[in-house]
Design a binder for this molecule. Structure first.
Ligand code: SF4
Length: 208
């Protein structure tokens, strides 16, 4: 059984795969925040801008089997490109298992995951994007993309530079100080060329 908040076809708006057609599968639940506003202040991760509670989004429901979920993903794939699915959340590694990975691969999907890195990812995924959060223990120490929300208290980009990632992105924190955060992230990237700016295109062009 997989509890999914929403599943939809769109364009990846951030990171190295920006601009790529994708099925987004957002799993319900996260291990760093309950998703309820009343718990935000005490949450380990308290700046989340994603609704990952319940199953009330488009194509959201409890999928009974890997086949059930993959059939839904295939039914919304719209191009002749190799199908590409982004497993996100919440924290997708709370639910992802080998059976679902195998069923997605069997149906020719390339699988990307966006995780907070506190749970080790299976090694047969096609794209691993880790977004570390302050005051957590990072278990996933390698991958394709490290995407750090910036700025965060108690966390510094330099602390991650030695990890085994192919791409390093700074993503301005999307809060009331957004403009200031964009400038700070841009300044950091210009001074530290290992890092690239990840701009959340989807927030500005009206795609989910
Ligand atoms: S780890 Fe990600 S999904 Fe979980 S609360 Fe933080 S930003 Fe939201």
């Amino acid at each position: 059984m997989y509890t999914v908040k929403e599943m939809f076809f769109s364009i990846q708006g951030e990171g190295r795969n920006r601009g790529r057609y994708s099925v987004f599968c957002r799993f319900t639940g996260c291990n760093l925040w309950s998703g309820r506003e009343k718990d935000r202040e005490k949450a380990i991760c308290n700046f989340c801008d994603t609704d990952f509670l319940g199953t009330d989004g488009i194509n959201g429901k409890k999928y009974k089997s890997p086949n059930d979920l993959v059939n839904q993903a295939l039914s919304i794939w719209r191009t002749s490109d190799k199908p590409f699915i982004v497993l996100t959340g919440g924290e997708p590694l709370l639910q992802l298992d080998d059976k679902l990975i195998d069923e997605l691969h069997y149906n020719n999907f390339e699988i990307a995951i966006e995780t907070n890195g506190t749970i080790k990812a299976p090694n047969n995924l096609d794209w691993i994007c880790v977004s570390p959060k302050a005051d957590t223990k990072l278990e996933q120490l390698k991958g394709d993309e490290l995407k750090l929300v910036y700025p965060q208290e108690n966390i510094h980009p330099k602390d991650y530079e030695k990890l085994e990632f192919q791409n390093f992105f700074l993503q301005p924190k999307f809060d009331k100080n957004y403009k200031k955060n964009v400038l700070a992230a841009k300044d950091f990237c210009i001074k530290n060329l290992k890092w690239k700016l990840s701009y959340q295109m989807h927030k500005f062009i009206g795609v989910p």
